[in-house]
Design a protein around this ligand. Structure first.
Ligand code: PLP
Length: 217
């Protein structure tokens, strides 16, 4: 596939599911991809990208920012506490706010550096041990805690379990967002972004369908 096919599919899904045109932000997940492939997508005019690791993102995005205007960088991977400041200095959005300690660190650093990226709270909708995210029963209190810290929480994010139907997780995340008055829903990847759009996704995170399979070799 490639960028233009995926953009067309996003637009089609918006239309089919009664979503406003342009209401879904396509995040091109460039983690692990070679710089030439990322530049090819930049050269097609796309500006919204996602990275998993702070260090990897630091290694390429300051350079791309010098060359291309209007880059909108989203960090979508688990965030270690000792990388919080670097992440906040680099990213426009962070999708993986998942614990109280991190929320407090972000609030303090935001004061110090005078800015804070848009934040999404990651929810572990499948209650998987190996996965990050706040548990469903803790979502409401954690949203309240982040708001009390004046953090700019824009929405919720989830990664459904690989072996389960994604729809119920998308529906659950939407319910949590509505209940908390949050507009943003970061959900859907290469395999299921159209389904996520049907369930109200505002941000889909698509990597391999745009860039090809990642080569971890
Ligand atoms: C890698 C990654 C994606 C993109 O996955 P694809 O299946 O390549 O589209 C989306 N979200 C998160 C959190 C990821 O780590």
């Amino acid at each position: 596939m490639g960028l233009s096919e995926i953009k067309a599919k996003v637009a089609k899904a918006e239309k089919e599911h009664g979503r406003a045109a342009g209401s879904v932000t396509l995040i091109a997940v460039s983690k692990v991809q070679p710089n030439e492939k990322v530049e090819a997508v930049l050269d097609q005019g796309h500006r919204v990208f996602g990275e998993n690791k702070v260090q990897e993102a630091q290694g390429k995005w300051p350079m791309f920012r010098e060359k291309y205007d209007g880059i909108d960088l989203h960090l979508i991977g688990p965030l270690q506490s000792n990388k919080t400041r670097a992440a906040m200095e680099l990213a426009d959005s962070i999708h993986t706010l998942d614990r109280s300690k991190l929320a407090h660190a972000m609030a303090r650093i935001a004061q110090e550096i005078g800015k804070c990226p848009d934040l999404f709270i990651q929810v572990n909708t499948g209650e998987e041990d190996q996965k990050a995210g706040v548990l469903p029963r803790d979502v409401d209190s954690f949203v309240a805690e982040c708001r009390a810290l004046d953090l700019p929480v824009k929405g919720l994010m989830c990664i459904p379990p690989v072996d389960e139907e994604a729809s119920m997780h998308f529906a659950l995340l939407r319910k949590f967002a509505e209940r908390n008055g949050l507009d943003g829903l970061s959900m859907g990847m290469s395999a299921d972004f159209e389904k996520a759009i049907a369930f109200g996704a505002t941000h889909v995170r698509v990597g391999s369908a745009i860039f090809g399979e990642r080569d971890y070799g």
